[in-house]
Design a protein around this ligand. Structure first.
Ligand code: ZN
Length: 225
């Protein structure tokens, strides 16, 4: 399936879809896509479902040490997303083609199940079919996703997010306690697919807990009856 949609238009379209899922409400969250000509990124603090293609930044893709603007939005009052250094972590450390930041309530609640005080931790999920939508993961595997503690400013997450990306090479996601999740892929299609599968799994864990069903894999339950 080929898609000739210009990437600034595609970012606006995807943000409208994500808004409908509750991933980018209240101006939070978003998506950044890397292409041959550079990195496309939304501005900070704008209503993500109402962005226009001319609002999207184009940044240099060959310098991931800092954000270098190739093309700025027409509105001079805009500034680059606070997520920029976090998106760059996934581009630099994983050679990602796209990164999604979601403020989904399911990501927040799932992280709370495993890190009730907002402390660093690990989400564990096992035996769910939708795990197959995640890179290198089967439905019977045990999935482990890192949880990092939140900070006052989004950019202050950069070091802990980077450490979690290094420590959990098998997964393409990092949860942020009390906040949301960062998910990436080799391109925007894989990033979106994985973000949808993660959101499903997070919701399955939260709803299981609500219904009094076991949420942890058997081995964990045996350790903590
Ligand atoms: Zn955020």
């Amino acid at each position: 399936m080929t898609d000739a949609t210009p990437l600034p238009d595609l970012i606006c379209e995807l943000c409208r879809l994500f808004y409908g899922l509750g991933w980018v409400s209240g101006t939070g969250g978003g998506i950044s896509i890397r292409a041959a000509e550079g990195i496309y990124m939304a501005p900070s603090g704008v209503q993500k479902e109402r962005m226009k293609p001319e609002d999207i930044y184009l940044l240099r893709g060959d310098n991931l040490d800092q954000a270098v603007v190739l093309q700025a939005p027409r509105d001079p009052g805009l500034k680059i997303s606070e997520c920029q250094p976090l998106f760059y972590n996934a581009f630099r450390q994983r050679d990602a083609g796209a990164v999604i930041h979601s403020h989904s309530i399911w990501a927040l609640l799932a992280a709370r199940l495993f890190s009730p005080q907002g402390e660093p931790g690990e989400l564990v999920c096992q035996g769910l079919e939708m795990q197959k939508g995640l890179r290198g993961t089967g439905s019977l595997d045990t999935l482990r996703v890192p949880i990092i503690a939140n900070t006052a400013r989004e950019s202050q997450l950069t070091a802990s997010l980077s450490a979690a990306i290094d420590a959990y090479a098998k997964v393409d996601a990092v949860l942020v306690a009390g906040h949301g999740v960062y998910i990436w892929g080799t391109d925007w299609v894989q990033a979106k697919t994985q973000a949808e599968c993660y959101d499903y799994l997070f919701r399955a864990l939260v709803e299981s807990q609500r219904m009094g069903l076991p949420i942890a894999p058997r081995t964990q339950l045996e350790k903590h009856p």
